[in-house]
Ligand binder design. Sequence first.
Ligand code: GAR
Length: 193
Amino acid sequence: MIRNMKNIAIFASGGGSNARKIIEHFEKSDLGRVALVVSNKKDAGVLDIAHAHQIPTHLIGRADFYESKKILSILDEHRIDLIVLAGFLWLVPTYLIGAYPKRIVNIHPALLPLFGGKGMYGAHVHTAVKAAGAKESGITIHFANEHYDAGDIIFQTTCALTEEDTPETIARKVLALEHEHFPKVVEGLLQGW
Ligand code: GAR
C-alpha cells in the first residue's frame, strides 16, 4: 500500500549522477518519490536523466530565483515536501529557506567545515584538499541555510587519502561515497517524519 508518499524535488546544476542515484532509489521506496527536477542550466545532464525517468523538470533563471518567489508556486504545484540539492551551485535565497525549514538538504564533497564556502565546489574542492596534503576526505550531508555549506550537519563519512592521490582520484573516491550514502540519508530523513 502506498502510504503518505513524500514528494522530493532535486535541484542540480550539472551531470546529475547523484540525482540519478536518488531517483533510482526512490523508484523502489514507498516513503517518497522524486516528483520534480529543477536546474539553473538548460544543458545540464540532470535534465536528460529526469526526462528518461518521466520526471517533470523546471529550468530556473537567476532573476526568477532571486528577484521573485515564482519557484514557491512551482514547488507547491508539485506538492514538494523536501528539496535535495545535488550539485546545485547557486546559493539558496532566504525566502526559500524560510518556506522549507529543515526541509532543504545539501551534499558537499568534503568534510565540512573544511573546504567549504563560496567557490568551493566540484574540482575546486578536491584540488584544495590535495594542496593541503589532507590524509582523508569525505562527504557532508547537511541542512541548507542562507550561507554556503554552513547548515546543521546530518551525516559525514570519510575516505583515506594517500600521497599518490590526485584531485581526480580524490573526486572518484568522494563521488563513490556520495552515491552510496546520499539516497539512504534522504530516506532516513523521510523515515523520521
Ligand atoms: C557532487 O560531488 C556534489 O557533492 C558537488 O557537486 C557534485 C555534483 O555531481 N556539490 C558541490 O560541490 C556543492 N558545493 P553530480 O552532478 O554528478 O551529482
